[in-house]
Design a protein around this ligand. Structure first.
Ligand SMILES: O=C(O)c1cc(=O)[nH]c(=O)n1[C@@H]1O[C@H](COP(=O)(O)O)[C@@H](O)[C@H]1O
Length: 273
């Protein structure tokens, strides 16, 4: 998917919501456990119930890898279901990969070609040659961890190396990589006070913003400092949406939660534009 297609979908739906598909068999309604593929059946129900309020879905691969080959099959069925039924939806493989170039090119092939995701999250620690193999794919997007939502972000990311904080160096340096127009960045919703500085370095890039909902980040603060003229944000909630109810009404509850966020997003967009 091109960035322009993503922007036009955001404008059409008045939503920049990403639903995180972080499925845990201990948290989904018990009746799914009798099904042949409980994870896929749950995802299908969540996607069908929430798709009109969301522009992106983000399965975190950890939740699939945890169940071995069965989990990987559920992931494959989920991405195929999205691509076949909702091709306008932007898909994110939250895999946080990155390795020497030769290996990264295999990761890129696995997620972009074999599974057919629009994007993947990657870690910047190994530098340019570990990321450029992902960037080489046309109309695919590489989402670099910049300033993450967790406490550990303060261990390295906000520390100064020389004159500048490490996360700022990640932003500045990555802009010089080949095909850097295919980059997006992860910035945690719990770090809203950093968005102004981040936007000075990357005014036009899309930011994937996890951390609202279960982690306590605030949508309005994120938007106040993070929105740009193309909106430029994808705000993710996983547990807050998919586990809105543990009962038979789980899909309606998820839709209700997604709708609530989308409604707030529309109000924010109406106020800005
Ligand atoms: O890359 C991510 O998506 C990510 C980066 C980050 O800084 N913080 C973060 O929470 N995430 C992911 O975003 C999702 C957040 O889930 P909830 O806290 O349940 O909404 C999980 O899949 C995390 O792995």
């Amino acid at each position: 998917m091109t960035t322009n297609q993503l922007i036009s979908e955001i404008r059409k739906k008045n939503s920049f919501l990403c639903v995180g598909l972080d499925v845990d068999l201990e948290k989904i309604p018990a009746f799914f456990l009798k099904e042949e593929d409980p994870i896929f059946s749950f995802n299908k129900a969540i996607i069908d119930a929430t798709h009109q309020f969301a522009v992106a879905y983000k399965p975190n691969t950890a939740f699939y890898e945890a169940y071995g080959i069965k989990g990987w099959k559920s992931l494959e069925k989920t991405i195929n279901y999205l691509n076949e039924n909702y091709p306008e939806i932007f898909t994110i493989a939250d895999a946080k990969r990155g390795d020497i170039g030769n290996t990264s090119s295999r990761y890129a092939k696995a997620f972009f070609e074999d599974l057919g995701f629009d994007s993947i999250t990657v870690a910047p620690y190994m530098g340019k040659d570990s990321i450029e193999p992902f960037l080489a794919f046309e109309n695919k997007h590489t989402i670099l961890l910049a300033l993450t939502s967790n406490e550990g972000a303060y261990d390295f990311q906000t520390k100064k190396v020389g004159e500048q904080e490490l996360y700022k160096q990640v932003l500045e340096t990555s802009k010089q990589w080949k095909n850097s127009e295919n980059l997006m960045y992860v910035v945690g919703a719990t770090k809203a006070e950093y968005f102004t500085d981040i936007r000075k370095i990357i005014p036009d890039s899309f930011l994937l913003v996890p951390g609202i909902g279960a982690q306590g980040g605030n949508l309005r603060d994120v938007c106040k400092y993070g929105l740009n003229s193309n909106i430029g944000l994808l705000v993710n909630s996983s547990r807050g949406i998919i586990y809105a109810s543990k009962n038979d009404d789980f899909a309606e509850a998820a839709a209700g939660e997604a709708k609530k966020i989308q409604f707030e997003m529309k109000a924010i967009l109406d106020g800005v534009h």
